[in-house]
Design a protein around this ligand. Structure first.
Ligand SMILES: [Zn+2]
Length: 275
């Protein structure tokens, strides 16, 4: 079913401009790309950034604002388990503010931000050019409707490596292109997380769909589980994925089956291995 999207159209009504809300059919996966400066800083702080001097900056901020840093890390034990815990939350929050103010003023963060802005332009264009193709292939693989919502992609650039689905149609993405169409494949992967659970089985199926089948279709060649000499997908899911390969190949040929049915069958096989 096509998606409905609201757009305003500007119809000039003599001297007065009148705006009409039109409902327009939209057949494409809708991704909106944005940069959250604070989100970029915190992600880089917690996950590292491929920038000269970044580790030194992390160390400086760690030495100066340890309590705030630990709060950002989610290290509740170190923050709160203390004999004098009354003021600890206020102090930690104050340190988070100071840490962020100081960190976001640095040349290192400025470079990170500039790179992310350039990468965002590239990624938006990459998506614009290819989204029709990605959607067509995905629909062909899963044979069910795609979500109708607009997804927000928080762009982190290619110096911070992260791919995550945050829920509520929000995705975090930043990575260098390890192989052709890398970002497209993983944008699809994160997008698919909104349609499935976080069980290993569902995650393995997402990897069969996006990391492998979609990648090979977009690249017009390649093989499952490896690309440019690198392993593809999570190591802990590979065995499960390999065990599903015969059924997966049959599924790809059997156009009357959709991905939901495939998952139900695979789950039944796991629950009743004897049958
Ligand atoms: Zn995933």
């Amino acid at each position: 079913m096509p998606k409905l999207r609201c757009v305003y159209t500007d119809l000039k009504d003599h001297s007065k401009r009148t705006y009409f809300l039109l409902m327009v059919y939209n057949n494409y996966m809708e991704l909106k790309f944005v940069i959250s400066k604070q989100g970029l800083f915190i992600t880089a702080l917690l996950k590292n950034a491929d920038i000269k001097g970044w580790v030194d900056l992390q160390n400086t901020l760690w030495d100066k604002y340890r309590l705030g840093y630990q709060l950002l890390q989610g290290n509740s034990y170190n923050v709160f388990i203390t004999e004098t815990s009354q003021d600890v939350l206020e102090k930690a929050i104050e340190e988070v503010k100071l840490l962020m103010e100081e960190g976001m003023k640095t040349a290192e963060f400025n470079k990170l931000l500039q790179t992310a802005q350039e990468y965002k332009k590239w990624l938006e264009n990459e998506w614009l050019i290819n989204k029709e193709k990605v959607e067509k292939e995905l629909k062909e693989i899963i044979r069910t409707d795609l979500p109708k919502d607009i997804f927000t992609v928080y762009v982190m650039g290619n110096l911070v490596h992260i791919g995550r689905h945050l829920g509520d149609h929000k995705v975090v993405w930043g990575h260098k292109e390890d192989w052709p169409n890398y970002s497209l494949v993983y944008l699809a992967h994160e997008y698919l997380h909104s349609m499935f659970s976080y069980s290993d089985l569902d995650h393995a199926v997402i990897e069969l769909i996006a990391d492998n089948e979609l990648r090979i279709r977009l690249n017009q060649g390649g093989e499952y589980f490896t690309c440019n000499g690198k392993d593809v997908g999570h190591d802990n899911l590979r065995e499960l994925e390999k065990s599903m390969l015969p059924a997966w190949s049959a599924y790809l040929y059997n156009k009357s089956m959709d991905i939901r049915r495939f998952l139900v069958d695979q789950k039944a096989k796991i629950d009743n291995p004897e049958k």
